[in-house]
Design a protein around this ligand. Structure first.
Ligand code: NAD
Length: 251
């Protein structure tokens, strides 16, 4: 993966969970990495732990804010001179608590949709000028197999991610910017742990059709995402790749 060396990636929600694994793998492959997250303390602890020195920075960013998204891209260009990759990973697993679209409080609904859905568009719009100027870029959106299930607000938010992925993949093809998505199954992250125990995660996926009792480690998803960002996936565009141990197998 030497192609990542000297390039620059922005990872939203990079402080913990799957996002931290994208930061780790990209940094280990030689990329400069920007952690764009709202959680300053955890992001700083992650930077310290990963120890990439000057090659990794934190930019406090709420992806639901267009101004913050633009400021994050500007900070990346100012520090590293370019933006080659965007991992749109930030999300709120608390959205899964709102299964009833009829009962959910309207402000909660709009806030979660804005952060989980539209935040990926605001970040994409912020990085496209740099990618266009460089003549190349790759964007990875983090969807979920929940986008194909009746999971209420979470499903609606991730369906927006899927729609953004296919439409932006077409729109940005002319600029040599590839857009793809991963749709993870059940992943043992800091965000999931307050919602259910690892045993419950295992059962939940099996009830949903997964043929194993395996819960993913965050890096198992990030490795698939890195493939989609890399030139190994140069002819892969606008795809939503399930990374779910077979939970959504279909003909
Ligand atoms: N864990 C799973 O089983 C699972 C499965 C499928 C999809 N996903 C998706 O994967 C992504 C990462 O999930 P995770 O399990 O690692 O979650 P996590 O809660 O462990 O991490 C999410 C990160 O996003 C950050 N964040 C939250 N709101 C933000 C905002 N407005 N702006 C910037 N950063 C923000 C948080 O501070 C945190 O660092 C999410 O989009 C989630 O919906 C998770």
């Amino acid at each position: 993966m030497s192609e990542f060396k000297g390039k620059t990636a922005i990872v939203t929600g990079g402080a913990q969970g799957m996002g931290r694994q994208y930061v780790r793998l990209l940094g280990q492959a030689g990329a400069n990495v920007v952690i764009a997250d709202v959680n300053e303390d955890v992001a700083k602890a992650t930077l310290e732990q990963l120890n990439f020195g000057e090659r990794a920075i934190f930019v406090k960013t709420d992806v639901g804010s267009r101004d913050a998204a633009n400021a994050c891209a500007a900070a990346a260009v100012q520090k590293f001179g370019r933006i080659d990759y965007l991992v749109n990973n930030a999300g709120l697993l608390s959205a899964a608590a709102h299964r009833s679209l009829i009962a959910v409080d309207p402000d909660t609904y709009l806030n979660i949709i804005n952060i989980m859905g539209h935040g990926m568009l605001w970040m994409t719009r912020a990085v496209v000028p740099a990618m266009k100027a460089q003549g190349k870029g790759a964007i990875l959106n983090v969807s979920s197999i929940g986008s194909w299930q009746a999971t209420g607000l979470y499903s609606v938010a991730k369906t927006i991610v899927n729609a953004l992925t296919i439409s932006l993949a077409h729109e940005l093809a002319a600029d040599n910017i590839r857009v793809n998505a991963v749709a993870p199954g059940t992943v043992n992250t800091e965000g999931m742990q307050p919602l259910m125990s690892v045993e419950q995660m295992a059962q939940w996926g099996q009830m949903g059709g997964r043929p194993t009792d395996r819960v993913a480690a965050p890096e198992e998803i990030a490795k698939a995402g890195l493939f989609l960002l890399s030139d190994a996936a140069s002819y892969v565009r606008g795809q939503i790749l399930p990374v779910d141990d077979g939970q959504t197998i279909r003909l």
